[in-house]
Design a protein around this ligand. Structure first.
Ligand code: GTP
Length: 307
């Protein structure tokens, strides 16, 4: 963050305000003193006449102190307190502070910059903690984060939720044969297919870990979800990444298990993931490089188990 010098071009410094105030007090006191000298009043009247403008000047100085220093300081400390308590969602310093052309305004602007920098930094950190560094897809935390928003929405809109579990076939053999860095590249290419296939803003595609990926689609009929999952599987096969050691194909392939909750049913994601996992392992058992869907048993508008 750049540090802007305190004395800006248009700054009316508090120091200058004080100097003007003191000068005015001196001029008024000397002026009144000279005037009293010509009046030949008794001493108590002279003292009263001298003290009255002095008291007025002191009162004006205190009012200025309150207006130009103490009130903005209280306001700044209130902002700092709200930030400290975590209320920074819509943090915006009042223009009354930031538009001031003195040191307090400068302090408020710097404070505002600092808070904005911190907010950006926090947003970056949050994003980094939600992204899988290898593939750039979301990770498990991203899934949880997005489910918090997506699931209440699906309940409210009474729409379907589809979960796809995808796993690379014989990936251990791939790693053993081509090496771990080549395995990493393979995962990056697979992630690219997921990104190209699931482009809707509501689609959630994440790498759960290792060679396992999950896709969650909302408001997509079960046959469409199955068609998309199989298209994705086909595209990964069509990339033609050689896999000499695979017992099931000459290229890298994946197996995909799909499950869709019907509309009007409250989606239990854990149960759906378990069902999609079962479908995935059925793919593995049936020779791999396939897509299988499972239907969900529903009782009293909630998911019970896979059939
Ligand atoms: N290159 C690379 N390999 C990984 C990564 N994460 C996990 N793996 C490897 O992925 C392999 C997964 O092996 P398994 O779970 O036995 O599964 P598989 O060999 O694909 O066999 P099937 O799933 O039954 O087809 C292991 O060898 C892990 O070391 C990663 O980030 N990069």
């Amino acid at each position: 963050m750049s540090i802007i010098p305190m004395q800006g071009k248009h700054t009316v410094s508090l120091k200058r305000r004080c100097a003007v105030q003191v000068l005015m007090a001196a001029v008024v006191t000397v002026g009144v003193g000279c005037w009293i000298g010509t009046m030949r009043w008794p001493w108590y009247l002279e003292a009263g006449a001298l003290l009255a403008p002095l008291c007025l000047q002191v009162s004006l100085a205190l009012m200025g102190l309150e207006r130009h220093l103490l009130r903005p300081m209280r306001s700044l400390s209130e902002h700092a307190r709200r930030l400290h308590e975590g209320d920074n969602s819509h943090f915006m310093m009042t223009t009354y502070l930031t538009e001031r052309q003195d040191e307090v305004g400068e302090l408020a602007r710097q404070f505002q910059h600092l808070v904005e920098d911190l907010k950006n930094h926090n947003a970056q950190l949050l994003e980094q903690s939600l992204i899988d560094p290898l593939t750039g897809l979301g990770n498990r935390r991203m899934l949880e984060y997005r489910l918090d928003v997506a699931l209440p929405l699906t309940r409210r809109l009474d729409c379907t939720v589809s979960v796809m579990m995808m796993d690379v076939d014989h990936f251990k053999l791939y790693n053993d044969h081509y090496g771990h860095p080549a395995g990493d590249q393979c995962l990056v290419q697979i992630a690219g297919v997921l990104r190209d296939t699931f482009r809707r803003e509501t689609d959630i595609a994440v790498r759960l870990g290792g060679e396992e990926f999950l896709v969650l689609l909302i408001d997509t009929p079960s046959d469409e979800a199955l068609r998309l999952a199989d298209a994705m599987r086909g595209m990964i096969q069509a990339m033609g990444i050689p896999h000499e050691r695979s017992p099931s194909a000459e290229v890298v392939t994946v197996s995909v298990g799909v499950v869709t909750s019907p509309p009007g049913v409250s989606a239990d994601i854990d149960r759906m993931v378990a069902c999609a996992d079962e479908a995935l392992y059925a793919c593995k058992a049936s020779g791999r490089n396939t897509t299988l869907a499972r239907t969900l048993k529903v009782q009293e508008a909630s998911l019970v188990a896979c059939d």
